[in-house]
Design a protein around this ligand. Structure first.
Ligand code: T5A
Length: 237
């Protein structure tokens, strides 16, 4: 039996990427709500995490407890979490015709572990290939904004009594390098990636994202819209 990650795909797979506090979680929710309003089944999920096994690894990864193992080990553990997430959440949903909206995915490993950990590109390419099998997002939205704006949003949401996580606490140069690495991925893969200005108001970002989805994935109009169009087009008796 082939692994779940290579099973038949009927739903579409959208990923959101970007720096800390860029609004990925917020916008994933908006996308799913808009899809459901059009009669399309949609789930939101996240990385690291998104399945029971991967959520256990999330705690380990974000606590910083394994930081000393080095970037390669971290990349492998993020990828182990991703395999569990694909096999138990993403692939079954796509096979059932459900759209999957995922807050971070493989580009996060390329960018965070690749940029910060200085891991050679061949290692990451190989790791990505065995992790994803044949699964690639249909559309990746890269939410772009100055890192200081995103970090301030993340800090405001966290509040003064909660410590920043493993990656948030890195310096501003790290976050600027991340931003550039995402823009480089978008430039290299324009057929999959679209950069969205995430410094705008929440509703404006949501509309910009929806415009991209509607033009890149026309099925997002959904059966509800098709029915409405049909009704509107019916001649009156
Ligand atoms: N990581 C992850 C790796 O190193 N390698 C990997 O392979 C993977 C998968 C995950 C960490 O793990 C690293 C990257 C990360 O450092 P996380 O806790 O999931 O950690 O953190 P993030 O993914 O960065 O998510 P955040 O929660 O920090 O940011 P989001 O999801 O981008 O932002 P969101 O939507 O939660 O919004 C943050 C705040 O801003 C407000 C929201 O209301 C919220 O309060 N907001 C806005 N405010 C003003 N204007 C807007 N347009 C706004 N949009 C949202």
């Amino acid at each position: 039996m082939p692994p779940a990650s290579s099973s038949v795909r009927k739903g579409a797979f959208i990923t959101l990427e970007g720096g800390e506090g860029a609004g990925k979680t917020t916008q994933a929710r908006h996308i799913a709500e808009r899809l459901r309003a059009r009669g399309i089944e949609a789930i939101t999920t996240r990385e690291p995490g998104g399945s029971p096994g991967a959520e256990i690894l999330r705690d380990v990864l974000l606590s910083g407890k394994i930081k000393d193992l080095g970037a390669k080990a971290e990349a492998i553990i993020f990828s182990a979490a991703r395999i569990d997430h694909i096999d138990h959440t993403i692939a079954p949903a796509l096979a059932a015709g459900t759209w999957v909206v995922c807050d971070r995915f493989a580009d996060s490993t390329r960018v965070y572990q690749g940029t910060f950990g200085g891991i050679e590109a061949e290692f990451l390419t190989l790791l990505e290939r065995v992790t994803l099998n044949d699964l690639r997002p249909d559309l990746t939205l890269i939410l772009d904004l100055p890192p200081e704006v995103g970090l301030a949003r993340a800090a405001a949401r966290r509040g003064p009594d909660v410590a920043s996580d493993r990656f948030e606490s890195e310096g501003i140069l790290f976050h600027e390098a991340l931003r550039q690495a995402y823009l480089d991925i978008a430039a290299a893969e324009p057929q999959r990636c679209v950069v969205v200005d995430a410094a705008q108001e929440e509703d404006e970002v949501a509309q910009a994202i929806w415009d991209v989805i509607a033009s890149r994935l026309p099925a997002a109009a959904g059966p509800a819209s098709a029915e409405q169009a049909g009704e509107a087009g019916e001649p009156e008796a």
